[in-house]
Design a binder for this molecule. Structure first.
Ligand code: GLN
Length: 236
């Protein structure tokens, strides 16, 4: 491929480094993104796993919440894992009681602010405390080569989706991966497994947008080269 996209990882909290490595292995140039100027420079963004309440608070504090909403609404490809899935939900259930109140942003019924962008209701910690962490084979539509190893850590599930959302994976009768246009979300953490097929799917989504907007790709070509060497992996 000549078109090597530049993909950011929202680096406010969570497993940023693992995503940077997975993206570089899937032939993207990967960068941490903390500021609006950095967000403006990437072709796509991963929102990592971590703690969605903390990430949401930090996004507001760092002046990132509105720029994130604006770019996602404008069609920037975005992929959220676990806490990142929660941040991409238009509505969430069972939020932390200590999260910011509705008055701080007006986002959904729960009070915990989200970036939104996927027409779905996500239930936090849905797989329950008893099973805080488990692994399961998950078939993901659009990911060739058989099931992926789903690592679920205090994972959410998707309670319901709107008509524009494709359900691309389920586990135990619950929705655990979805896609709506340029937005992708999984309840589980492919970045922790060493199998980068889900990241490769996302990198392809970013490339597809680049092909429709050649102006961006000509800029990106300047950056191309060995993506693995270009991953900007810094301790947080
Ligand atoms: N339960 C966490 C939250 O609500 C998500 C856990 C994870 O990202 N592994 O943010």
């Amino acid at each position: 491929m000549t078109d090597t996209p530049v993909i950011g990882v929202l680096a406010l909290q969570g497993d940023v480094r693992e995503h940077l490595i997975a993206l570089a292995s899937a032939d993207a140039v990967a960068r941490p993104v903390r500021r609006p100027e950095e967000l403006a420079e990437v072709d796509g963004l991963v929102i990592p796993g971590g703690e969605s309440t903390t990430m949401s608070k930090l996004a507001v504090l760092f002046g990132m919440m509105e720029p994130l909403r604006a770019r996602v609404a404008a069609g920037m490809p975005v992929y959220g894992t676990c806490a990142g899935m929660i941040l991409l939900a238009d509505e969430i259930l069972d939020p932390s009681p200590s999260s910011p109140s509705r008055s701080s942003g007006g986002y959904p019924i729960s009070g915990q602010e989200t970036v939104g962008g996927i027409d779905m209701i996500v239930r936090r910690n849905a797989f329950g405390r008893q099973n805080e962490s488990f692994e399961a084979a998950v078939e993901v539509d659009g990911v060739p080569g058989g099931s992926v190893e789903g690592v679920f850590i205090r994972a959410p599930w998707v309670e319901s989706v709107g008509a524009a959302v494709d359900v691309i994976a389920t586990h135990g009768g619950h929705i655990v991966a979805v896609r709506q246009g340029n937005a992708l979300a999984t309840s589980f953490h492919p970045e922790l497994t060493g199998d980068h097929r889900v990241h490769a799917l996302f990198v392809d989504m970013v490339r597809a947008v680049g092909r429709l907007d050649p102006g961006r790709i000509s800029r990106v070509r300047i950056d191309s080269g060995d993506a693995k060497e270009k991953a900007d992996v810094r301790p947080l």
